[in-house]
Design a protein around this ligand. Structure first.
Ligand code: PDD
Length: 276
């Protein structure tokens, strides 16, 4: 069951007019919220980021947090899995094609749910491969915009190379992944790039840094250079759907000793305890 503009229905019945500005311009924002045992994970933080994205595109929030919570509760109840991945999407609505904002138009609100599958055990046991590429996105990557063409192309580069993610580099520094945040471990210290307009402020990223603080894991939030990425002991990828994963090959070369490291094992365990 999905939600579209006030109604709940099977996804097959959902229809969007072709003049929706999401379809025409990619003019909208979204969130992906994990649900564990039918409870949304870090809901307040996701709704806060949604507000930031809406503010970033100057679209007023169609719902209060209480209304969002109720809508999400109904979607969770209307779907089978206990663990779900909620996708929530707001566009500027339907209007005659013109780049400038239309007046008096209702936003389009869409929510769907997919089963949230744990990452394959093999990926956690051996790690995954990633490639690097130049970050050619715009300068408002802090907005979770539905216009994802650069991210789509960058992640497909990884798939074409038999890898699962593309680590993005901008002017000699790492920003994030095409659909994830990236941490680097150097000299036993967990390094995280600072949140700014060049990356999405990940909810999982925040959890990892909170867990690091709470457990006295040495960590620094600062610019991470391409050199540090290429000479890292470990590289970790985080996202709501992938949680924490070890990147053990980068551009065809082993990261550290080529196996998931101690920092991954520790943070992954802490994350599993935290989410349950
Ligand atoms: N993507 N950076 C980018 C560009 C992302 O697309 C994502 C997540 C993240 C991680 O953020 P979070 O920890 O809040 O999921 C970072 C989602 C999962 C997606 O587009 O499907």
């Amino acid at each position: 069951m999905i939600y579209l503009n006030g109604d709940f229905m099977p996804i097959e019945e959902a229809r969007i007019p072709v003049l929706d500005r999401g379809f025409i311009f990619g003019d909208g924002v979204y969130e992906v919220i994990p649900v564990y045992s039918r409870k949304p994970f870090r809901l307040a933080e996701h709704l806060h980021r949604l507000q930031h994205s809406l503010d970033g595109i100057r679209l007023s929030n169609p719902h209060s947090n209480k209304e969002w919570s109720h809508l999400l509760e109904r979607i969770i109840a209307g779907n089978e899995s206990d663990d779900q991945s909620l996708y929530l999407h707001v566009t500027r609505g339907v209007a005659k094609r013109d780049h400038a904002f239309p007046k008096g138009v209702m936003p389009t609100v869409f929510i769907m749910s997919n089963p949230l599958l744990a990452p394959p055990a093999e990926w956690l046991a051996t790690g995954v491969a990633a490639i690097t590429a130049s970050d050619n996105r715009w300068l408002r990557c802090d907005i979770k915009a539905i216009s994802l063409l650069p991210n789509v192309l960058l992640r497909q580069m990884a798939v074409d190379a038999g890898a699962i993610e593309t680590v993005l580099l901008r002017e000699g520094f790492m920003t994030e992944g095409a659909a994830s945040n990236i941490f680097v471990i150097k000299d036993g210290i967990l390094l995280a790039p600072p949140k700014n307009h060049l990356m999405l402020p990940g909810i999982t990223y925040d959890v990892v840094l909170e867990l690091a603080s709470a457990n006295e894991i040495p960590h620094e939030v600062r610019e991470v250079s391409e050199y540090e990425v290429r000479t890292a002991q470990e590289i970790l990828l985080t996202s709501s759907t992938k949680e924490i994963m070890p990147i053990t090959r980068l551009d065809g070369k082993s990261v550290g000793d080529g196996r998931p490291g101690a920092m991954f094992t520790l943070l992954h365990q802490l994350y599993q305890n935290y989410k349950s």
